[in-house]
Design a protein around this ligand. Structure first.
Ligand SMILES: Cc1cc2nc3c(=O)[nH]c(=O)nc-3n(C[C@H](O)[C@H](O)[C@H](O)COP(=O)(O)OP(=O)(O)OC[C@H]3O[C@@H](n4cnc5c(N)ncnc54)[C@H](O)[C@@H]3O)c2cc1C
Length: 233
């Protein structure tokens, strides 16, 4: 068996240490432990992963080859990491959802601006009903996504669990961002696929959103489990 443990991490190329989520026993609930690894003391290899978008943060593979650390580097006690990780996911999902809302809002603003200026068949394209319908749908989805994220955030502020609500926010907002960015490109016509217009970049950024912190399908499974009590994973 290879002694190399491979993992994926955000911002991995920069920091001096990492918190590695390790399997320390087969117990399904208490088998994960967080271990602090200092890069200078216990060197590990970092390889950047090149992505189509979301390049404001680096994503990298980390290779741990025969890395040994003292027991004192264990964080929060052996076997206690799953609960903390799941609690973290609730908030990080709402965070990705909010990123998606921002992205979708900008895509809508770009579409409104372009549709109000671009003229075809004797009038601005905003005056064509099929374009108007697209704008109305986009704006409604942006608002619905924003309200779902706010609900989850308010529940966090009130100290309540929001597993299902955070999953709904991530599911809806990320898919909305993809759909809205795509429509914004469509409203820009041929210009929309050129690098001269921002919407091309927004479409690439949006397509990443439904993947990290649990894919859309995983959010759907979490929501359905909350409704029925039956896990369909
Ligand atoms: C920008 C970015 C940053 C990331 N950062 C990190 C990080 O910091 N740390 C880290 O560990 N990982 C990170 N990841 C990895 C990310 O968590 C995974 O890519 C994601 O969880 C999906 O897992 P996967 O790629 O193995 O896809 P798979 O699990 O192989 O899924 C492939 C497809 O099958 C579907 N699928 C899988 N299981 C089921 C099921 N039971 N029922 C129905 N459909 C299913 C998925 O929804 C998807 O459509 C990052 C990924 C990206 C894109």
């Amino acid at each position: 068996m290879s002694p190399i443990l491979e993992t994926v991490s955000e911002f991995a190329t920069e920091p001096d240490f990492l918190i590695c989520l390790c399997r320390t026993s087969d117990d399904p609930r208490q088998g994960l432990t967080q271990i602090l690894i200092d890069r200078q003391e216990h060197g590990y290899e970092v390889r950047e992963i090149h992505k189509i978008a979301l390049n404001s943060q680096s994503t990298a593979q980390i290779f741990l080859d025969e890395v040994r650390v003292p027991v004192a580097n264990t964080i929060g006690g052996e076997g206690g990491a799953l609960k903390r990780t799941l609690a973290h996911f609730e908030k990080s999902r709402a965070f990705v959802a909010m990123q998606s809302v921002g992205l979708a809002r900008r895509a809508l603003e770009e579409a409104v601006g372009y549709a109000s200026e671009r003229r075809q068949h004797g009038k601005v394209i905003a005056g064509h009903q099929l374009i108007a319908a697209m704008l109305a749908e986009m704006a409604t989805r942006v608002d619905a996504a924003r309200l779902l994220v706010h609900r989850a955030a308010e529940m966090f502020d009130a100290g309540l669990g929001a597993e299902m609500e955070a999953a709904m926010a991530k599911y809806f907002a990320c898919e909305a961002a993809v759909a809205i960015a795509r429509k914004s490109v469509q409203i820009h016509g041929g210009n929309g696929v050129t690098r001269d217009f921002l919407v091309e970049k927004l479409a690439r950024e949006a397509i990443v959103c439904p993947i990290p912190e649990g894919t859309t399908q995983i959010q759907q499974l979490i929501i359905a489990r909350a409704l029925t009590g039956v896990a369909a994973f």
